[in-house]
Ligand binder design. Sequence first.
Ligand code: AMP
Length: 221
Amino acid sequence: MALLLMGPPGGGKGVQSKILSAKYGWPQISTGDLLRQQIKDCTELGLKVENLTKSGQLVPDSIILDMIFERIQQPDCQKGFILDGCPRTLVQGQLLDQHFQSHHIKTVVLVLDVPDEQIKERLLHRIVCEKCGTPYHTKTLPPKQEGICDRCQGNVIKRPDDSDAIISDRLKIYHQQTEPLFEFYSSKGYLTRIDGTLSKEEVSEKIEQVLTHYTCETTCQ
Ligand code: AMP
């Protein structure tokens, strides 16, 4: 199964992906994390995408698709995988869909809806672990020890793209380039929208209900 978690930046995709990954053993594939790792390792690809990611612009589709196709061929993706933050454009969605259909991979798309104002508040106060990506909130959910991740002891930092002006650009791009995908997935019957303003536990519960429904659809007949 390909489980696609979509929604605005800071909408809770990363948090929910981690919960699902731990529960089902499916790897969480975050294109943002993969790109940031390339930047950190100073690879050729990292140098190419650094300015785009730091300024909140989208990385070209061909780079993203090459990265994803290579990653999902790894043995740990055999049973299922979670795409966190991909696709983000119609082209990415269409090409992934062709691939999944031709490989008989069932697609489930979940959109976590959160209004822009709430996203701005979340991202302005967001700090994240550089190593494992765990997000914190400076006011409501700080790490126990300042600057150190509770989970993996990695450095907790402020992402350069979580600044006021760049957050607005990222939201604009989300509305213009990513939202058109909802119609595409909805017409195929893959898409479920979830209220991402609920608590982490409530969102998780709603996701479980959707997954149970899809699993039952394929195995209970
Ligand atoms: P994220 O961590 O998901 O917020 O992604 C951080 C940045 O990585 C984005 O602002 C883009 O610059 C880039 N990025 C991540 N995923 C994609 C994607 N599917 N398509 C294009 N750019 C992406």
